[in-house]
Structure formats: C-alpha cells, structure tokens
Design a protein around this ligand. Sequence first.
Ligand code: FES
Length: 117
Amino acid sequence: MTKHTVASVDEIPEGEVMGVEVDGIEIAIVNIGGEFYGIQNVCLHRRQRLHTATQERINEEDCITEGPGVINQEECWMTCPGHDWKFDLKTGENPATGKRMRTFEVSTEDNEIQVEI
Ligand code: FES
C-alpha cells in the first residue's frame, strides 16, 4: 500500500466531495465533519460519478440549484446523483441491495489528503 496525495484539506469543505484519480482508479473523497472518506467514484449501478453530487446547476428558469445527490454528515452516507442509490461511506454498502462499492483508507498530513492504494 502506498499513500498518494490527492488534494489539500482546504479544497474539500465539510459536506462536500471531490473526484480524484490515482493510478487510473477514480475515487470520490468526501468530507464528513472534518473526516475524509474515500469511495469508488464510478457507481456500480450505471457508472455515474458520485463526485458530481451536490454540485450547483442551472435549471430551466436560469436559477442556480443543487443537483441530485446528497451527502448526509450525521449518518455518514451519500447518494449517487444518477438514481439516488445510497452508499455508506465507511463500508461502501448500498443498504437496499447489499452490494458494495470499494472504499479506500484516507488520512491527512500537513494539510494534505492522502489515499492509500
Ligand atoms: S448510476 Fe448511481 S444510482 Fe444509478
């Protein structure tokens, strides 16, 4: 296992997610109350990218809205923007199907976020 620096702590505020790539593996890094979690970014349902959850979008009325996909900091899960499948960020499990996404060890050091692969 090797630690890879993927972002600085300041780049991912609490309740936000960023997509990164390490050795060709797409990973969504999620900040839950100052703790960082890593989960595969490509959804096992239909391959939507989790990191687009909560991004602002322009709707038909030219208003800025939050897109689909939710991050729940109290219970440490997020939903995929594709079709709202819910994933536990600690285990990667989708409770409805029991299927699991891959999760990654994430740590911080000197204001850097590091992922172990
Ligand atoms: S692509 Fe993620 S829920 Fe469908």
